[in-house]
Design a protein around this ligand. Structure first.
Ligand code: GDP
Ligand code: MG
Length: 692
């Protein structure tokens, strides 16, 4: 593919709820552009965009996939994004590298949750956008219903630029309200320009007027003419519309059917005609490395290099693939670039443009364009690539925090090292996937955006790295403590012939304030336990403390004082006093009224007003304490404290209560006593586990 002037490039993405038809639409556009000879089907797992096995198996998109194509002298970098909430991270990074957005909605379901959420995210960038009402051929499809819904959500900005000819099984084409032409599609997907169906003439007339009104609203000059009843000419209207679209005061609404390839070409036309080129940016802003100091460079090819990495894919055979957009300068093959985020230089071999799994090698990627490079060693998603001597750090991509955690363990013993390598590679490629070792509960914990996300990561690990894992909910790091002061003796005595073992230690346990941990005090007088064995007693106490007493959880918030004991000049040893210390702790625990503590989380939940009742009811059922409620940007924010044990599956619960409209975040707060009926279950479970 040749080089394109910046004005002739379009960096756009398909957004919208899962199943609205984004991937099918991309497929139809690739076909129309002559890139593929045959339209693949999502259901048959043979589309260009959903090429990963995990996408084909489920019939859904998981990754943001760049699909380059040429259309009427323009180069369209079209990114197909996933529509399911679990993969919102891919949407987050895509939003950083485009100039305009296409929202695909289903003519049956209209605006769904994920569309609303991404729409808001696109608002924060102020992106111009068009809406494509897809699945016009489906039963219960209604363009009018979708339009009304769009207008009730986003106001009169949503302006139909097309009307459907027929609906449901009768859907056969569209009327282009700008050119005032009808296009009727044959079974082979080719359009015939034809007269506007007579029964639609009134409807077309009305819709035309809306467009002219919209154009007038976008331009003061035009508005004056319009109010004075002057005739507005075609060119004037169009240029006013374009202004309105780029300012976001007009959102063209189109319609069609992706799988029947109806009006997908009109969408491509809309992309090149209405959405802006990368030349919309005059300059690129970033910071100087290691400081907050702002720097900016001209967004042109001759400026210093500034490219942002928006996606990373690791492949066990090809190695790592890094996708980026160049904002200024030129990224050339066979060069060296600098990654200021990691303070590392990276060798660039070949550079290519990307279409699904296909790579087309090119010499260089200039400002305004996108591409990929293989085998970078230190670079991750969100990093900047720049010139070493003119370093600029582009603003970081702010990914959402993971909401669900699982503990993982290799199915095959001895795979632990392979597991940790695979996990770290996977978390490099996906910033919404985190890994940590929890030393308290001795588990490897992975966190992600939901059950499906974590499922897919585990599958990838098996497929790409050959590590099979089992997963379970993470263990709750309970702790144990005491209510009363108690004293007890620990006696270790083995004196049957030969060198024996002997040590006796008396301990006093006292409860300490919550969070104060453990204190060891030595009150031995008169050498009843020799000096060198005091650390042995402490070691024994600490060992027993880690092992727990009630249910195998560490004992905390108490003081152990060794105040008496006995020794034997020959048989006493380090190990004898360690055992005596452990035994003393155990028998004192028995009388100290031990009980279980559980971690309590600070939880912040954001939901639309309508779900407040259900959310609060659910928190009450989860033993939560509501700390406060306030409204913030049209949403209700609930702050609560809830035991961790009740929150392990909260991302799933909240999604089902709010239909995906709620979000939450959670941090550790403190420990509290576990109510006795629940403690009994935890203790029972630990006994069961010991038996295994
Ligand atoms: N009838 C009909 N089905 C469609 C249309 N577009 C997509 N589909 C089907 O809807 C499902 C989801 O499509 P897909 O492209 O994966 O949606 P995505 O999740 O938005 O990428 C698939 O079964 C498609 O075959 C359409 O225009 N008409
Ligand atoms: Mg898809």
């Amino acid at each position: 593919m040749e080089r394109f002037e910046m004005e002739n490039i379009r960096n756009v993405a398909l957004f919208g709820h899962g199943d609205s038809g984004k991937t099918s639409l991309a497929e139809a556009m690739l076909f129309n552009a002559g890139v593929i000879k045959r339209i693949g089907r999502v259901d048959e797992g043979n589309t260009v965009s959903d090429f990963e096995p995990d996408e084909q198996k489920r019939g859904i998109s998981v990754s943001a996939t760049p699909l380059v194509m040429e259309w009427k002298g323009y180069k369209i970098n079209l990114i197909d994004t996933p529509g399911f909430a679990d993969f919102i991270g891919e949407v987050t990074s895509t939003l950083r590298v485009i100039d305009g957005a296409i929202f695909v909605i289903s003519a049956v379901a209209c605006v769904e949750v994920q569309t609303e959420l991404v729409w808001k995210m696109a608002d924060s960038y102020g992106y111009p956008r068009v809406v494509f009402v897809n699945k016009m051929d489906r039963e219960n499809a209604s363009f009018q219903r979708c339009l009304e819904q769009l207008q009730s959500l986003y106001g009169s900005r949503a302006v139909p630029f097309q009307l459907p000819i027929g609906e449901e099984h009768d859907f056969r084409g569209i009327v282009d309200l700008i050119a005032v032409k009808a296009y009727v599609y044959g079974d082979d997907g080719t359009a015939k320009e034809s007269d506007i169906p007579p029964e639609m003439s009134e409807q077309v007339q009305e819709a035309r007027e809306k467009i002219i009104e919209g154009a007038a609203e976008a331009s003061d000059e035009l508005m004056e003419k319009y109010l004075e009843g002057e005739e507005l000419d075609e060119a004037e209207v169009l240029s006013a519309l374009l202004g309105g679209v780029s300012e976001g005061t007009i959102i063209p609404v189109l319609c069609g059917s992706a799988t029947h390839n109806v009006a997908a070409e009109q969408l491509a036309n809309a992309i090149v005609n209405y959405l802006p080129s990368p030349a919309r940016l005059d300059e690129v802003r970033g910071t100087r490395k290691g400081t907050d100091e702002e720097v900016s460079v001209k967004a042109s090819e001759d400026s210093p290099l500034a490219a942002l990495v928006f996606s990373t894919i690791s492949d066990p055979y090809v190695g790592k693939l890094t996708y980026f957009r160049v904002f200024s300068g030129t990224l050339s093959a066979d060069s060296t670039v600098y990654n200021p985020n990691r303070d590392k230089e990276e060798r660039i071999g070949q550079v290519f443009i990307v279409r699904g799994k296909n790579q087309i090698v090119v010499r260089e990627i200039p400002a305004g364009d996108m591409g990929g490079v293989a085998k970078l060693t230190d670079t991750s998603t969100g990093d900047t690539l720049c010139d070493k001597d003119r370093p600029i750090v582009l603003p970081a991509i702010e990914f959402p925090e993971p909401v669900m955690s699982l503990a993982v363990e290799p199915k095959t013993k001895g795979d632990e090292d392979k597991l940790s390598v695979a996990l770290s590679r996977l978390s490099d490629e996906d910033p919404t996937f985190n890994v940590r070792r929890d030393t308290e509960v001795k588990q490897t914990i992975v966190s992600g955006m939901g059950e499906a996300h974590l499922d897919i990561m585990m599958e990838r690990m098996a497929r790409k790295f050959g590590v099979n894992v089992g997963t379970e909910l993470p263990r709750v790091p309970y702790k144990e403590t005491i209510r009363k002061t108690a004293r007890a003796e620990g006696k270790h005595k083995k004196q049957t012939g030969g060198h024996g073992q002997f040590g006796i230690a008396w301990l006093e346990l006292e409860p300490l304030e919550r969070g104060s941990g453990f204190e060891f005090v030595d009150k031995i007088v008169g050498g009843v336990i020799p000096r060198q064995f005091i650390p042995s007693v402490e070691k024994g106490v600490r060992k027993a403390m880690e092992d727990g007493y009630l249910a195998g959880y560490p004992i905390v918030d108490f003081r152990a004082t060794v105040y008496d004991g006995k020794y034997h000049p020959v048989d006493s040893s380090d190990i004898s006093f360690q055992i005596a210390g452990s035994l003393a702790l155990r028998s004192a625990m028995d009388q100290a009224d031990p009980y279980l503590l559980e971690p309590i989380m600070n939880v912040e939940i954001m939901v639309p007003e309508a779900y407040m009742g259900d959310v609060i009811g659910d928190l009450n059922a989860k033993r939560g304490r509501i700390l406060g409620m306030e409204s913030e940007g049209g949403l209700q924010v609930v702050r609560a404290q809830v035991p961790m044990a009740e929150m392990l599956r909260y991302s799933i619960d909240l999604r089902s209560i709010t239909g995906g409209r709620g979000t939450f975040s959670m941090t550790h707060s403190h420990y509290e006593e576990v109510p006795s009926h629940i403690a009994a279950k935890v203790i029972e479970a630990s006994k069961e586990e010991k038996k295994d």
